[in-house]
Design a protein around this ligand. Sequence first.
Ligand SMILES: Cc1cc2nc3c(=O)[nH]c(=O)nc-3n(C[C@H](O)[C@H](O)[C@H](O)COP(=O)(O)OP(=O)(O)OC[C@H]3O[C@@H](n4cnc5c(N)ncnc54)[C@H](O)[C@@H]3O)c2cc1C
Length: 369
Amino acid sequence: MSTPNRETPRPAAGRAGIKKELPDRFKDHRHVWVFIELERGQVHPVSVELLGEGRKLADKLGVQLAGVVLGPPEEATRNAVAEAFAYGADMVYLVEAPLLADYRNEPFAKAMTDLVDTHKPEILLLGATTLGRDLAGSVATTLHTGLTADCTELDVDTDGSLAATRPTFGGSLLCTIYTLNCRPQMATVRPRVMPMPQRADRPVGRVIEHKLWLAEDEIVTKVLGFLPDSQSAKANLAYADVVVAGGLGLGGAENLQLVKNLARAIGAEHGCSRPLVQKGWMPADRQIGQTGKTIRPKLYIAAGISGAIQHRVGVEGADLIVAINTDPNAPIFDFAHLGIVTDAIRFLPALTEAFTRRLSPHSRDKLAS
Ligand SMILES: Cc1cc2nc3c(=O)[nH]c(=O)nc-3n(C[C@H](O)[C@H](O)[C@H](O)COP(=O)(O)OP(=O)(O)OC[C@H]3O[C@@H](n4cnc5c(N)ncnc54)[C@H](O)[C@@H]3O)c2cc1C
């Protein structure tokens, strides 16, 4: 599929009224790129979410959407190319090299900056994962361009520049950031912030291959092995269909078992608000909210959580939010779909028992023992 290049000249000032003076050397930068992250051979879902977002930006600008795949010469890398097309890319830039087998900053940053220098994208999007944050920072630094991290909204300004919106002042305000006089305009977005696009199953299109101009002895970092983090692997909060979370209203660490019991009874993941992590009651990868995970489950049950703005931004993509809180004026009732004004410490066991009775006698016996 080909998208026509933009023909209409852009106005000098955008909707924010800021006059952006783009130096001539950046005026031939075109197209929207999305970095397709591979996580142990699988395309990270955030890359797919970004392809959906990138498609919208590219269509608004009248340019093409490209996926950028960096990986070893293996089937997983070729699959990632196919996935990029399946989710809307018009073309893919591919760097295949054995040095790209495990993530290391030097070869990935070198591959990406060389691609950017050669093909000059206008916008470059990456997932705000551990890998994406590391790569985005060094690519932006090497290219002397701007990077807006952890965006919650991306749009095209009336003058065609990227309007990257993210929370600021502890999440109490949203600010829109522009990269005024450098290209590409870079942004990272956390998993689950953008919706997952529909798979289009389009055939593989144009793939532009590049070499990695780097040798192993030029790379400082060596990968000795891979130790999976069993704790993090278990906490798949961002992509769980059902999540049960507890907050300070539960009173003590011992009451978190009530949250875990309910989660186990209904096949959910469990999470928490930030103060519980700060108190050491739960590990950081269970935190939900602005500085934790963003979730988009079908059902979210929040017990003893007030619904502060920093928590709200992480959960408002849920289809159904059920809040349990003793205070009828708690902010969480402003955005919950269903509110239960009661003591969560008494209510959670009753709810768990009711679910267990309905769902399976076997799990009820296990819970009672
Ligand atoms: C920069 C920054 C980033 C932040 N990031 C995050 C983040 O990512 N995630 C996050 O969650 N927070 C975050 N916070 C903290 C946030 O502002 C709130 O302080 C926090 O979410 C409050 O947690 P809570 O709701 O558990 O506790 P509280 O605000 O103390 O609320 C407890 C609630 O429990 C209710 N309650 C009390 N007893 C019971 C009971 N027996 N049964 C039922 N309900 C009861 C109370 O009525 C109250 O509403 C951040 C703050 C800052 C400044």
